[in-house]
Design a protein. Structure first.
Length: 168
C-alpha cells in the first residue's frame, strides 16, 4: 500500500469516529445534563448531571476539533508526502510514537473513572455521590470504547508507515 493511501485511510477513520460518535455523544451529554439540572430534583440527578455536562463539553470540543481539523491535517501531510516523502514519513512516525505511548495513560484514566465510580455507587449512601458514581462508570465505558477503536487504528497505521516503501 502506498504511503498516501495509508495516511488517507487512517485519517478517514479518525474523522468518522470524531464526527459520527464523539461529537454527537458530547452534544447529547450536554442536553441530558442540562435537562437533569432543569427538570429533575434531587441530589441523584445533580450527581449524574455534573459529569454529563463536563464530559459533554470535553467530548464536544474534542470531537469537533479532531473531526474538523482532519481535512487540513491530511492536506498538509499529502503535500509533504508529494514533496519529501521520507521526511513526511519520519515526521508522521514521530507523531504516532507519541500517540501510541499515551494509550496506557488513557487506559489508567478510564479505569480510574470506573473504579472511583463503582466505589461511589456502592460505598456511599448519598444520592449525589451515587449519581456521580454511575455517571463516572458510564464515561469510563465511553472512554474505553473510543480509545479502544482509536488505538486499533493507530497501531496498524504506525506499522504500515514503518513498512511503507521508500520514496512512495
Amino acid at each position: 500500500m502506498k504511503l498516501l493511501e495509508i495516511v488517507t485511510a487512517y485519517f478517514q477513520g479518525e474523522k468518522i469516529e470524531a464526527l459520527v460518535f464523539i461529537l454527537p455523544l458530547g452534544l447529547l451529554s450536554l442536553v441530558f445534563g442540562g435537562w437533569l439540572l432543569s427538570d429533575q430534583a434531587g441530589g441523584f440527578a445533580r450527581g449524574v448531571a455534573i459529569p454529563f455536562l463536563v464530559m459533554g463539553l470535553v467530548m464536544t470540543g474534542v470531537g469537533g476539533a479532531v473531526g474538523f481539523r482532519t481535512p487540513a491535517q491530511v492536506a498538509t501531510l499529502q503535500a509533504s508526502i508529494e514533496h519529501e516523502p521520507e521526511a513526511a514519513k519520519r515526521a508522521e512516525l514521530a507523531r504516532m510514537e507519541k500517540v501510541n505511548r499515551a494509550w496506557p495513560t488513557y487506559l489508567v484514566v478510564w479505569a480510574a473513572f470506573g473504579v472511583v465510580g463503582l466505589g461511589l455507587r456502592f460505598a456511599t449512601r448519598g444520592d449525589f455521590t451515587q449519581g456521580l458514581g454511575i455517571a463516572l462508570v458510564f464515561f469510563s465505558g465511553v472512554g474505553l470504547l473510543v480509545d479502544g477503536f482509536a488505538e486499533r487504528r493507530a497501531r496498524p497505521y504506525t506499522t504500515a508507515l514503518e513498512q511503507a516503501p521508500r520514496g512512495d
